[in-house]
Design a protein around this ligand. Structure first.
Ligand code: SF4
Length: 323
């Protein structure tokens, strides 16, 4: 039986542009399981952040639209069919988000304490004293030094690393069932990055939260995640557990991404990079979207959309090589 807490089925998020329809997310399906960290990996423009926005009901309007055949199931409710009012109650309370740049979600004119307490007061109707006590507990949990004093600090008075810790505390404070973390450490330097990732994992394990972790970095996926979906040009091209993916990377795009990871035992002057560019989604080529960059492309790859093949239990690849 699946422990899926969030089931994404045939999600399509399209944008109307002056040049035509852009299918930024084009028919993806995957599950996020309770207590696990699921990675969504891909280059920029692959559709990963738009997937997150779709789950949260934050697709930019009026240009963007979740197509009617899409389904996002969370606790017996299809989020794509809910009113904005109902979605707003779920957002921040049961599904919360950690962004790459904390200043995009921390309000510069309110203290950290007020911002941590507000969701508890609004969503959980807590008294001021209880909300304050819990906010302090979470600042301690994410190891913010001198939390009492930090409660009355403003975001600009904190370093980037501390702001990201506060963001994690804010995302966790209502004990959400799902957290979506969109490249949460990209803006930080490497040492702080490692500390924040460890912290995220520790807190996730303590609270048994499910995390959807969005990243372009397979190195981070190996360290942190349980399951992984590789996205390319709006589609999922490979889906597996992290162990399966690293032992047996099967889609040529995944293999290329892994090859381009720096390794300590390699003595090379230049890192490998996948040649070419992600195709323009407004004019999607026939057949496989990766064909123009794929070293294994065959004639039929350019003619027909590849099939989705289960190459072992729990390991799915979208490619003609496994037909
Ligand atoms: Fe390469 Fe063909 Fe597989 Fe696409 S379907 S990834 S072009 S081998």
């Amino acid at each position: 039986m699946s422990d899926a807490i969030l089931e994404i089925k045939n999600l399509k998020t399209y944008f109307k542009t002056r040049k035509g329809l852009n299918p930024a997310v084009d028919g993806i399906s995957f599950n996020i399981e309770a207590g696990k960290i699921t990675a969504l990996v891909g280059e920029s423009g692959s559709g990963k952040s738009m997937t997150a926005m779709s789950i949260l009901g934050l697709v930019p309007q009026p240009a963007g639209k979740i197509m009617p055949e899409s389904e996002i199931w969370f606790e017996d409710q299809d989020l794509t069919k809910l009113s904005e009012r109902t979605l707003a109650k779920i957002r921040g309370n049961e599904i919360s988000m950690i962004f790459q740049e904390p200043m995009t979600s921390l309000n510069p004119v309110y203290t950290i304490g007020k911002q941590l307490m507000e969701p508890l007061r609004i969503h959980q109707k807590m008294s001021k004293a209880d909300a304050r006590a819990l906010a302090l507990k979470y600042l301690e949990m994410v190891r913010v030094p001198d939390p009492e004093r930090r409660m009355s600090s403003y975001p600009h008075q904190l370093s980037g690393g501390l702001r990201q810790r506060v963001m994690i505390a804010m995302a966790m404070v209502c004990k959400p069932k799902v957290i979506i973390a969109d490249e949460p450490t990209t803006a930080l330097d490497v040492t702080i990055q490692a500390q924040i990732l460890k912290l995220l994992k520790d807190v996730q394990e303590q609270l048994n939260t499910a995390i959807l972790f969005i990243t372009h970095d397979l190195g981070v996926v190996a360290e942190l995640c349980d399951d992984v979906c590789v996205m390319y040009a709006g589609q999922i091209v490979e889906k597996a557990t992290v162990e399966m993916l690293f032992e047996n990377p099967s889609h040529p795009y995944t293999a290329g991404l892994l090859k381009s990871l720096p390794r300590v035992d390699d003595d090379v002057d230049m890192l490998y990079s996948i040649e070419g560019m992600v195709p323009n989604l407004i004019n999607i080529p026939e057949g496989c979207r990766f064909a123009s960059r794929c070293p294994k492309a065959m004639e039929k790859c350019r003619e027909k959309e590849p099939p989705k093949v289960m190459i072992e239990t729990g390991h799915e690849v979208h490619c003609w090589l496994y037909e």
